[in-house]
Write a protein that binds this ligand. Sequence first.
Ligand code: SF4
Ligand code: SF4
Length: 175
Amino acid sequence: MDKDLENLEKLAKDVEKENKKYFATIKKRVPKNFDVVVQDLHDKEFAKTDCLDCGNCCKTTSPIFTDKDTERIAKHLRMKVRDFESQYLERDQDDFMVLKTAPCSFLDERDNSCFIYDVRPKACSEYPHTNRKKFIQISDLTIANTAICPATYRIVEELKKRLPVHSNEKIKRLG
Ligand code: SF4
Ligand code: SF4
């Protein structure tokens, strides 16, 4: 099991305020190399993190299923879209299609693999979004993900060291 997973909620809670303050400060003047630094931290983190030792995203949260995702997965399962949706999905309060149950119905809990890996929702393939451009735009989501994804927690902890902010809100450019 991932070393931080057992205490992740507490670890994330302990730095939640600090993280909110950090991203709010960085947002005022985003360093030019911000995305480059985050991408580097993402690459380093996932070079040593094996998601099959964790699976916590698939166990605790649902991806959004777009129409394209649903069509592709239903086809793969040789199901009608309507039947697939009624068996596995429901609409959330924001009107997105999400899984009815957690853990995900397509997670093999014996080894945290995904039964539909090759056709999984786009949101699953992009999770935890720590290698996307304009990363600063998803800081609220990232802070929430620190309580779900140990890799995200560690990336944010490293980010604060690589691009620290001063109390006078000047950004020290160490990246
Ligand atoms: S579809 Fe696969 S990758 Fe996505 S949440 Fe379910 S098990 Fe995880
Ligand atoms: S993306 Fe994060 S939460 Fe999901 S399996 Fe990998 S380390 Fe765990």
